[in-house]
Design a protein around this ligand. Structure first.
Ligand SMILES: O=C(O)CCC(=O)C(=O)O
Ligand SMILES: [Fe+2]
Length: 206
Protein backbone atom coordinates (compact mmCIF):
# COMPACT_ATOMS: atom_id res chain seq x y z
CA UNK A 1 0.00 0.00 0.00
CA UNK A 2 1.61 3.24 -1.10
CA UNK A 3 -0.88 5.76 0.09
CA UNK A 4 1.31 8.68 0.81
CA UNK A 5 4.46 8.64 -1.24
CA UNK A 6 3.82 11.82 -3.10
CA UNK A 7 1.41 13.55 -0.79
CA UNK A 8 1.87 14.89 2.70
CA UNK A 9 -0.88 13.06 4.50
CA UNK A 10 0.53 13.22 7.97
CA UNK A 11 2.07 16.15 9.78
CA UNK A 12 5.04 15.50 11.97
CA UNK A 13 5.16 18.50 14.30
CA UNK A 14 8.36 20.47 14.66
CA UNK A 15 11.45 18.70 15.87
CA UNK A 16 12.21 18.92 19.53
CA UNK A 17 11.93 17.64 23.03
CA UNK A 18 9.27 18.88 25.39
CA UNK A 19 9.11 18.15 29.09
CA UNK A 20 5.78 18.71 30.77
CA UNK A 21 5.82 20.35 34.14
CA UNK A 22 3.06 18.37 35.84
CA UNK A 23 2.59 17.42 39.48
CA UNK A 24 3.18 13.74 40.29
CA UNK A 25 4.16 13.01 36.72
CA UNK A 26 7.19 12.61 34.54
CA UNK A 27 6.14 13.08 30.92
CA UNK A 28 8.37 13.88 27.98
CA UNK A 29 7.58 14.20 24.29
CA UNK A 30 9.95 14.10 21.32
CA UNK A 31 8.35 15.17 18.05
CA UNK A 32 10.01 13.93 14.87
CA UNK A 33 11.76 11.19 16.81
CA UNK A 34 11.50 9.24 13.56
CA UNK A 35 11.99 11.13 10.31
CA UNK A 36 9.04 11.59 7.97
CA UNK A 37 10.49 9.00 5.62
CA UNK A 38 11.04 6.40 8.37
CA UNK A 39 7.60 7.10 9.79
CA UNK A 40 5.85 6.69 6.42
CA UNK A 41 7.70 3.42 5.91
CA UNK A 42 6.90 2.00 9.37
CA UNK A 43 3.28 3.12 9.10
CA UNK A 44 2.85 1.39 5.78
CA UNK A 45 4.46 -1.85 6.90
CA UNK A 46 2.87 -2.03 10.35
CA UNK A 47 -0.58 -1.30 8.96
CA UNK A 48 -0.43 -4.17 6.49
CA UNK A 49 1.84 -6.73 8.24
CA UNK A 50 0.58 -6.65 11.85
CA UNK A 51 -1.75 -9.48 12.93
CA UNK A 52 -4.39 -6.97 14.09
CA UNK A 53 -7.16 -8.45 16.17
CA UNK A 54 -10.29 -7.33 17.94
CA UNK A 55 -10.10 -7.10 21.69
CA UNK A 56 -12.96 -7.98 24.03
CA UNK A 57 -13.03 -6.03 27.26
CA UNK A 58 -15.32 -5.91 30.28
CA UNK A 59 -17.52 -2.80 30.42
CA UNK A 60 -19.80 -2.61 33.46
CA UNK A 61 -21.62 -5.94 33.43
CA UNK A 62 -21.02 -6.72 29.76
CA UNK A 63 -18.20 -7.77 27.49
CA UNK A 64 -17.75 -5.34 24.62
CA UNK A 65 -15.43 -5.13 21.65
CA UNK A 66 -12.86 -2.37 22.16
CA UNK A 67 -13.16 0.46 19.60
CA UNK A 68 -9.71 -0.18 18.12
CA UNK A 69 -7.60 -3.14 17.08
CA UNK A 70 -4.58 -4.46 18.92
CA UNK A 71 -1.57 -6.75 18.66
CA UNK A 72 0.64 -7.79 21.59
CA UNK A 73 4.21 -8.94 20.98
CA UNK A 74 6.61 -10.24 23.57
CA UNK A 75 10.12 -11.67 23.70
CA UNK A 76 10.31 -15.36 24.44
CA UNK A 77 12.15 -15.35 27.75
CA UNK A 78 12.34 -18.38 29.93
CA UNK A 79 11.19 -16.67 33.06
CA UNK A 80 8.22 -14.89 31.54
CA UNK A 81 5.04 -16.70 30.60
CA UNK A 82 4.18 -15.20 27.23
CA UNK A 83 1.29 -17.44 26.24
CA UNK A 84 1.04 -17.53 22.50
CA UNK A 85 2.16 -13.95 22.02
CA UNK A 86 3.99 -13.44 18.75
CA UNK A 87 7.56 -12.22 19.01
CA UNK A 88 8.93 -8.91 17.79
CA UNK A 89 9.15 -8.63 14.01
CA UNK A 90 12.20 -7.08 12.32
CA UNK A 91 10.45 -3.69 12.15
CA UNK A 92 9.31 -3.84 15.76
CA UNK A 93 12.90 -4.60 16.72
CA UNK A 94 14.18 -1.60 14.75
CA UNK A 95 11.70 0.69 16.50
CA UNK A 96 12.51 -0.85 19.88
CA UNK A 97 16.24 -0.30 19.35
CA UNK A 98 15.72 3.40 18.74
CA UNK A 99 13.55 3.72 21.83
CA UNK A 100 16.06 1.81 23.95
CA UNK A 101 19.00 3.88 22.73
CA UNK A 102 17.14 7.09 23.56
CA UNK A 103 16.02 6.02 27.02
CA UNK A 104 18.82 3.70 28.10
CA UNK A 105 16.12 1.24 29.12
CA UNK A 106 15.19 -2.25 28.01
CA UNK A 107 11.72 -3.22 26.84
CA UNK A 108 10.56 -6.79 26.26
CA UNK A 109 6.94 -6.33 25.18
CA UNK A 110 4.93 -4.02 22.97
CA UNK A 111 1.21 -3.38 22.60
CA UNK A 112 0.19 -2.04 19.20
CA UNK A 113 -3.07 -0.14 18.89
CA UNK A 114 -4.76 0.67 15.60
CA UNK A 115 -7.37 3.44 15.49
CA UNK A 116 -8.90 2.97 12.06
CA UNK A 117 -10.80 6.27 12.03
CA UNK A 118 -11.94 9.12 14.26
CA UNK A 119 -14.67 7.06 15.89
CA UNK A 120 -12.06 4.75 17.41
CA UNK A 121 -10.59 5.63 20.78
CA UNK A 122 -9.33 4.53 24.16
CA UNK A 123 -11.23 5.72 27.21
CA UNK A 124 -9.76 7.01 30.48
CA UNK A 125 -7.46 4.52 32.18
CA UNK A 126 -4.06 3.98 33.76
CA UNK A 127 -2.00 1.20 32.31
CA UNK A 128 -2.64 -1.99 34.22
CA UNK A 129 -0.29 -4.28 32.45
CA UNK A 130 0.21 -7.55 34.25
CA UNK A 131 3.65 -8.02 35.73
CA UNK A 132 4.96 -4.56 34.92
CA UNK A 133 4.67 -3.07 38.42
CA UNK A 134 2.59 -0.09 39.54
CA UNK A 135 4.99 2.52 38.18
CA UNK A 136 5.97 1.11 34.80
CA UNK A 137 7.92 3.21 32.33
CA UNK A 138 5.77 3.50 29.24
CA UNK A 139 7.35 4.41 25.93
CA UNK A 140 4.82 5.29 23.27
CA UNK A 141 5.42 5.80 19.53
CA UNK A 142 2.88 7.14 17.03
CA UNK A 143 2.63 6.64 13.27
CA UNK A 144 -0.14 7.97 11.05
CA UNK A 145 -2.93 10.34 11.95
CA UNK A 146 -2.38 12.94 14.66
CA UNK A 147 -4.73 12.24 17.56
CA UNK A 148 -5.08 13.98 20.88
CA UNK A 149 -3.59 12.28 23.93
CA UNK A 150 -5.29 13.49 27.10
CA UNK A 151 -3.94 13.30 30.64
CA UNK A 152 -5.84 14.00 33.84
CA UNK A 153 -4.84 13.80 37.49
CA UNK A 154 -6.70 11.02 39.28
CA UNK A 155 -7.08 12.74 42.64
CA UNK A 156 -6.58 16.51 42.23
CA UNK A 157 -9.51 17.82 40.26
CA UNK A 158 -8.07 21.37 40.28
CA UNK A 159 -5.07 20.30 38.20
CA UNK A 160 -5.92 21.12 34.58
CA UNK A 161 -6.23 18.35 32.05
CA UNK A 162 -3.42 18.23 29.48
CA UNK A 163 -3.96 17.68 25.75
CA UNK A 164 -0.94 16.55 23.76
CA UNK A 165 -1.27 16.08 20.00
CA UNK A 166 0.73 12.99 19.06
CA UNK A 167 2.17 13.46 15.59
CA UNK A 168 3.44 10.99 13.01
CA UNK A 169 6.89 9.86 14.22
CA UNK A 170 6.56 11.20 17.77
CA UNK A 171 7.77 9.55 20.94
CA UNK A 172 6.13 10.03 24.34
CA UNK A 173 7.53 8.68 27.57
CA UNK A 174 5.67 8.43 30.86
CA UNK A 175 7.76 7.53 33.87
CA UNK A 176 8.00 7.90 37.64
CA UNK A 177 4.65 8.16 39.39
CA UNK A 178 2.69 9.17 36.26
CA UNK A 179 0.81 5.92 35.98
CA UNK A 180 -0.22 5.91 39.66
CA UNK A 181 -1.40 9.53 39.72
CA UNK A 182 -2.69 10.19 36.21
CA UNK A 183 -5.06 8.63 33.72
CA UNK A 184 -4.87 9.00 29.96
CA UNK A 185 -7.22 8.68 26.99
CA UNK A 186 -7.34 9.11 23.22
CA UNK A 187 -10.84 10.50 22.63
CA UNK A 188 -12.95 10.12 19.53
CA UNK A 189 -12.85 12.96 17.05
CA UNK A 190 -15.52 14.18 14.65
CA UNK A 191 -12.78 15.35 12.26
CA UNK A 192 -11.91 13.21 9.29
CA UNK A 193 -9.17 10.88 10.58
CA UNK A 194 -6.99 8.38 8.77
CA UNK A 195 -5.65 5.38 10.68
CA UNK A 196 -3.28 5.93 13.58
CA UNK A 197 -0.91 3.30 14.94
CA UNK A 198 0.39 3.49 18.50
CA UNK A 199 3.15 1.29 19.89
CA UNK A 200 3.37 1.10 23.66
CA UNK A 201 6.63 -0.46 24.82
CA UNK A 202 6.85 -1.91 28.29
CA UNK A 203 9.11 -4.05 30.42
CA UNK A 204 7.29 -7.08 31.74
CA UNK A 205 8.90 -8.45 34.90
CA UNK A 206 8.78 -11.85 36.46
O1 LIG B 1 -2.86 5.25 21.57
C1 LIG B 1 -2.27 5.77 22.51
O2 LIG B 1 -1.52 6.73 22.37
C2 LIG B 1 -2.49 5.26 23.91
C3 LIG B 1 -2.79 3.80 24.02
C4 LIG B 1 -2.96 3.38 25.44
O3 LIG B 1 -3.14 4.18 26.30
C5 LIG B 1 -2.86 1.96 25.83
O4 LIG B 1 -2.80 1.09 24.97
O5 LIG B 1 -2.84 1.69 27.04
FE1 LIG C 1 -2.67 3.37 28.19
Amino acid sequence: MKLFNDTELFTTGSRGTKEFNLPDADVMLIDNFFSKEESDNFYDKLLTATPWREYEMPMYDKIVTAPRMISWHQDKEENIPSGNAPEFTADLNKIRERVETETNLKFNAVLLNLYRNGSESVSWHSDKIARSGSNPIIASVTFGETRMFRLRHKFRKEVPQVDIPLYHGSFLIMAGKTNSFWEHAVPKTSKEALPRINLTFIRVIR
